[in-house]
Design a protein around this ligand. Structure first.
Ligand code: CTP
Length: 216
């Protein structure tokens, strides 16, 4: 088991919800299971764990310092506040890339015409952490690609200045959103790529933490 005693680990998990009006939002199918499995595993291995979690029904241990957030902006603000002093940062949240530019104050009423909602980009939390990363920190991102998976993941690693990318493929049965299992490859800055078998998210979390400890 990787020893994380004395290490501060910050993890993001779950989806974000971007409000359209008081009753509707843009979201995604993330449940938070992978990120919460990582938080539990890091805790078991002796780390001091902070979990910044989007809307998720999945509980976490009391010893994990959990900050519940809703939107990408709230997740960004919480991560920026908590990142100071963190040794390991793992961004597994499925953050919305876009949000409605204007949030309607009242519920939008149905009309016979089509409706367009203008979207604007959300702050990129991983790229922002990459831009201020210290040598003492290991920054890990996630990527969910549907095509040219390794190439896209590699360019994401460079673009967002992370040390490692955990690549999930939607093409693998039993992997990804909602499942209790996952199948990942881990790419690092030294161009190492390790591909793992389909396994429980708890075991995937162990593999990811071991890769982080062995890195550098
Ligand atoms: N991420 C983030 N903040 C965002 C969007 C993504 O921190 N606003 C993080 C996710 O937590 C994950 C990684 O970035 O670790 C995933 O990036 P992704 O959204 O796939 O990358 P994009 O920049 O959107 O690239 P592309 O659209 O080309 O896939």
């Amino acid at each position: 088991m990787p020893d994380l005693s004395g290490k501060k680990v910050l993890i993001t998990a779950g989806p974000t919800h971007e409000a359209i009006d008081p009753v509707r939002f843009i979201g995604n199918h993330s449940t938070g299971k992978m990120g919460i499995a990582l938080a539990e595993e890091a805790l078991k291995n002796g780390a001091q764990v902070t979990l910044v979690c989007g809307p998720s029904q999945v509980p976490s241990s009391n010893e994990i310092s959990r900050v519940n957030v809703t939107s990408a902006q709230e997740m960004f603000d919480a991560v920026m506040e908590k990142q100071l002093g963190s040794n390991i940062l793992i961004l597994s949240a499925a953050v919305a890339d876009y949000r409605p530019k204007n949030v309607a104050e009242n519920k939008i009423k149905k009309k016979d015409t089509s409706l367009s909602i203008e979207l604007e980009p959300t702050p990129d939390i991983l790229a922002s952490l990459g831009a201020i990363k210290k040598d003492s920190q290991v920054l890990v991102g996630f990527a969910l690609e549907t095509n040219d998976e390794e190439e896209n993941a590699k360019s994401k690693l460079v673009r967002k200045n992370c040390d490692m990318i955990v690549l999930n493929s939607l093409q693998d049965a039993g992997a990804g959103f909602g499942h209790d299992t996952n199948k990942v490859s881990i790419l690092d800055r030294h161009n190492n790529i390790t591909t793992f078998e389909l396994k429980s998210k708890a075991d995937v979390a162990k593999d990811i933490l071991r890769a982080i400890i062995d890195y550098k």
